[in-house]
Write a protein that binds this ligand. Structure first.
Ligand SMILES: [Zn+2]
Ligand SMILES: [Zn+2]
Length: 348
């Protein structure tokens, strides 16, 4: 069968190649791959900057934003042929650390976790794949065209959970949320904010294309002014950074209102320096009892929360986040960045 594979840490090695048919082991589902989403992590791996092949192998099957339909399921697994499923990306470290031992592999302390399509386990960008039933999540049948958005949704489901946990350290009745970035993560973060009944504002650079309309259709407000101007007028209780742009990261550190919770979700590269007023930022965070947290990845709780959030959302709106659908055989071209689009999806 065909799969999108790469030699990790080797730029120019991305190719659609033949790989062995997967054989489900005990407790595993055999799944017909429908689609995978492409994100910045995939592009980083394709550029040779990240990623690890399975032990003893040269090539890694890419793809961690999965969607498939169950072909075979073991008795008693809770799954049946025809179910729409998504595979969880991360597996706990073998040690395991205290967090992994408690199912919180998204909070792994020793970094020895593995990740499908990223770190030492094949991903989901193949015509068929297997997954342990314990690491598969069933989706509402209405999500057949957009279910590959679950994995990025789990990232924001966790971010919202973390924000709420941090907020609970004192009286917390948030009303206004500001999301920086209207890419897939920013839009899905805004969706979950609207579902919580918050007044949501989304900030991005672009003035045309689908982003302003997608934000408006959510019932949120779209802004293109600088972070400081927008935040100064709103005093947001919650700020979610989803651009990974260094200037925006610096700007959001001083963007919340009093007792604000700011959650950083962008994985930036090191090496870009800027100058900013550390004293003013520190003074503000201290005097306002603000909190700044980082959040990455997701565990099974967040997959279930994310699946519920997507099932409650307007499937047509979700479909508009997917601005490009490319057949697997054309996957290599699809990795060229698409500055006007939002989410590229490979159809398997
Ligand atoms: Zn991703
Ligand atoms: Zn761990």
């Amino acid at each position: 069968m065909r799969a999108l594979t790469v030699v990790p840490q080797t730029s120019g090695s991305l190719a659609v190649t033949d790989v062995d048919e997967p054989v489900p082991g005990p407790g595993e589902l055999l799944v017909d791959g429908l689609a995978v989403g492409v994100c910045a992590t995939d592009r980083e791996i394709a550029a040779g900057e990240y990623g690890w092949a399975p032990p003893g192998r040269e090539r890694l099957v890419l793809g961690h934003e999965s969607l498939g339909r169950v072909l075979t399921a073991p008795d008693g697994s809770g799954f049946a042929p025809g179910d729409l499923v998504v595979g969880v990306v991360r597996r706990p470290d073998p040690e395991p650390c205290g967090a992994c031992a408690r199912g919180q592999f998204d909070m792994c302390r020793n970094g020895k976790y593995t990740e499908r399509g990223i770190k030492a386990i094949d991903g989901f960008a193949s015509e068929r794949w297997t997954v342990e039933a314990d690491y598969a999540v069933r989706l509402d049948p209405s999500l057949a065209d957009v279910g590959m958005l679950l994995e990025p949704t789990t990232v924001v489901a966790k971010a919202w959970e973390q924000i709420e946990l941090v907020g609970q350290r004192a009286w917390f009745e948030p009303k206004v949320a500001l999301v920086a970035g209207a890419g897939p993560i920013g839009l899905l973060a805004a969706l979950l904010g609207v579902q919580r009944g918050l007044e949501v504002h989304v900030l991005d650079r672009v003035t045309d294309g689908p982003k302003p309309e997608l934000v408006a259709q959510l019932g949120a407000e779209y802004h293109t002014d600088p972070v400081a101007d927008v935040a100064g007028a709103l005093h947001p209780d919650i700020v979610i950074e989803a651009t990974g742009a260094t200037q925006v990261v610096v700007d959001v550190l001083s963007a919340s209102g009093s007792y604000g919770v700011t959650c950083l979700t962008g994985v930036t590269s090191a090496g870009r320096t800027l100058s900013f007023d550390v004293g003013a930022m520190n003074r503000r965070i201290v005097l306002e009892n603000d909190a700044v947290i980082g959040s990455v990845n997701a565990n099974l709780t967040h997959y279930r929360d994310g699946a519920e959030a997507l099932a409650r959302a307007d499937a047509e709106w979700l479909g508009r986040i997917v601005t490009r659908r490319v057949p697997l055989e054309d996957a290599v071209e699809a990795f060229a960045s698409d500055p006007d689009g939002i989410k590229t999806v490979l159809e398997l």
